[in-house]
Design a protein around this ligand. Structure first.
Ligand code: TXE
Length: 546
């Protein structure tokens, strides 16, 4: 038995080598993967812990690259039948899964809460998002992927009927982090399944259990076709997924996103990447300070700040700074934190990854060393579990990590700015550009939002752009490439095929075909010049030119 990283990465989770202890190492049995059929042949497993109390709750197989290849080969064999079911046929299956999720919401939240250390409220938010995504894409796939009939712009192409059809990538790989174990796995798989792809999910090594349970239910309880499988493991397992699939959707850190893209370049596999963020929240002179403070508290501290679109920094203009800070301090000081048992007794849960807790500590330490002041919180909580107190920092500036690097924890740094121009300049002074929030009079706030560099901006709210499935969600700059949601959230899982159909094929040849001759070339040249020239005079001149 040994512990350490199988991938030469920093130690993230405890790895166990065979022989395995009978019945697994914890209260749950070693999770059998829906990849099934020989999964976990190496016998290596990794432990999954409950971050709220540190207990080991399961051990999960580490799939070797060969097993991942086998998993993808099986999916590839099943995918044509899934595609042939058509959009309605696929929606029927996905709809049964949705019904199962709704009926089993509490059980799923139990698993999610245990593996992530989330409070119950945050754990319970994920499943409705999945059900909504199934309905959204199930009901709109036909429209978003409808065959397009295109009228040729050139008179010379009018002899062709032009059509664009969307054809799914056979196998999509979804590689995910730990902060939303279901939304960032199944949630990103749903549009791919609706499009007709088969999907292999590589969940985070910290939180694989809820995904495994949902995919088990798809197969065993819903009886769905074998078009969704889970590959469990660490980074090497993720790399193997990249090697085998036809399209990769990745959510995670910038450094790993770069590795995924570099690896995918070797097989010319397309990727979409949703990476980190450092989302700003701007409070304008004409904002309601109390609404802005309540919004900032939720935006910065929901899920203990472990949200890609968390409020990571606040800029409040001079006129509103004091009342805003007073309200924010009052709101944050009243929040309850701990292992949420019995459920709904806490507002903030644990940090899911121990490494992330260290990053949060380092950012706060760095800020304080450079002159920041802790208004409330500021340290790791004593006792069991990985908790960091909900924290407000002031007197911050852009020399500090807390204002420039992704903190991904329950910390709200608030900076006083002269006016909105300074707020916009500072908000845009970032290598990230995922989303943002602006609080103020509606039209004023919207005009400021339009000046921000990022993939989305919420006006007088926070975080909600993720749930507006109708519009794209994706990052600018180092926050990523490509988007999820909206029409492109399903189209990206397809390749376009352009059909160029000859309307009248009764002749034996076409003007462009062999044989060439001087006369034919001149006639074609004259026609080309005539068509491309503009204005009567231009056309006549083009015709006469040789
Ligand atoms: O992500 P990683 P982690 C940020 C946050 C956090 C940081 C690290 O700042 O500190 O990311 O989180 C798999 N090829 N975000 O360590 O390492 C890995 O097993 C293929 C932002 O969890 O990027 C896991 O399943 N896959 C983010 C997934 O990639 C590889 C949300 C993500 O791991 C791989 C979470 C490789 N070479 C954290 N190496 C957001 N944007 O929402 C690892 N993986």
């Amino acid at each position: 038995m040994a512990s350490g990283s199988a991938d030469g990465e920093r130690d993230r989770v405890t790895i166990r080598k065979p022989p395995r202890t009978p019945g697994g190492t914890g209260s749950r049995q070693a999770a059998s993967s829906p990849a099934g059929d020989g999964a976990g042949q190496s016998g290596d497993t990794f432990e999954v812990r409950n971050p709220a109390d540190g207990s080991v709750i399961s051990s999960v197989p580490i799939h070797t690259p060969a097993e991942v290849a086998d998993t993808v080969a099986r999916l590839r064999a099943e995918q044509p039948a899934w595609e042939a079911l058509g959009r309605q046929g696929r929606y029927r299956w996905l709809g049964r899964w949705r019904d199962w999720m709704i009926a089993n919401g509490e059980n799923i939240a139990d698993v999610l809460q245990e593996e992530s250390g989330k409070v119950r409220n945050d754990a319970a938010l994920e499943m409705p998002g999945l059900a909504d995504a199934i309905n959204f894409y199930g009901e709109r796939a036909a429209r978003f992927l409808a065959e397009e009939r295109v009228v040729a712009h050139s008179p010379l192409m009018k002899t062709k009927a032009l059509k664009v059809v969307y054809r799914p990538f056979p196998v999509v790989g979804v590689i995910a982090p730990w902060n939303f174990p279901l939304l960032l796995t199944i949630g990103d798989a749903i549009p791919a399944l609706a499009a007709g792809c088969a999907v292999v999910i590589k969940p985070s090594e910290f939180t694989p259990l809820s995904v495994l349970e949902l995919v088990r239910a798809w197969r065993e309880d819903v009886g769905g076709p074998d078009v969704i499988r889970v590959a469990t493991g660490l980074g090497r397992c993720g790399s193997a997924v990249v090697d085998e699939v036809d399209y990769v959707h990745f959510t995670g850190s910038v450094p790993t996103g770069r590795k995924v893209m570099a690896r995918a370049a070797e097989t010319l596999t397309p990727v979409s990447l949703e990476l980190g963020g450092k989302d700003p929240l701007i409070v304008l002179d004409d904002a309601d300070p109390e609404r802005a403070a309540n919004g900032a508290a939720w935006g910065g501290l929901a899920n203990s700040g472990q949200v890609c679109i968390s409020t990571e920094r606040v800029y409040a203009t001079d006129a509103v700074y004091e009342p805003f800070l007073a309200k924010l301090t009052e709101r944050v000081s009243r929040l309850r934190q701990g292992a949420d048992q019995p459920p709904y007794t806490q507002d903030l849960g644990a940090m899911t990854s121990p490494a992330q807790l260290e990053i949060v500590e380092e950012h706060v330490r760095d800020a304080v060393e450079r002159g920041a002041r802790v208004v409330t919180g500021g340290k790791r909580r004593d006792g069991a579990g990985d908790f960091f107190e909900p924290t407000i920092l002031v007197d911050v500036d852009h020399s500090m990590k807390i204002m420039s690097e992704e903190t991904f924890g329950p910390v709200i740094p608030v900076m006083r700015v002269r006016d909105e121009d300074e707020a916009v300049r500072l908000a845009n002074d970032s290598r990230y550009g995922l989303s943002a929030a602006v609080f103020g009079e509606r039209e004023h706030a919207e005009s400021v939002a339009r000046r921000l560099e990022g993939g989305a901006a919420n006006v007088n709210d926070v975080l909600v752009n993720y749930l507006a499935f109708d519009v794209p969600m994706g990052g600018w700059k180092e926050s990523g490439i490509g988007t999820r949601w909206g029409p492109d959230g399903i189209r990206k899982y397809c390749r376009t095929e352009s059909l160029v159909i000859t309307r009248f094929a009764g002749t034996k040849s076409e003007p462009l075909w062999f044989p060439y001759s001087r006369l034919k070339s001149r006639v074609l040249g004259a026609v080309g010049r005539f068509v491309n020239a503009r204005g009567l005079r231009g056309r006549l001149a083009a015709l006469l030119r040789r």
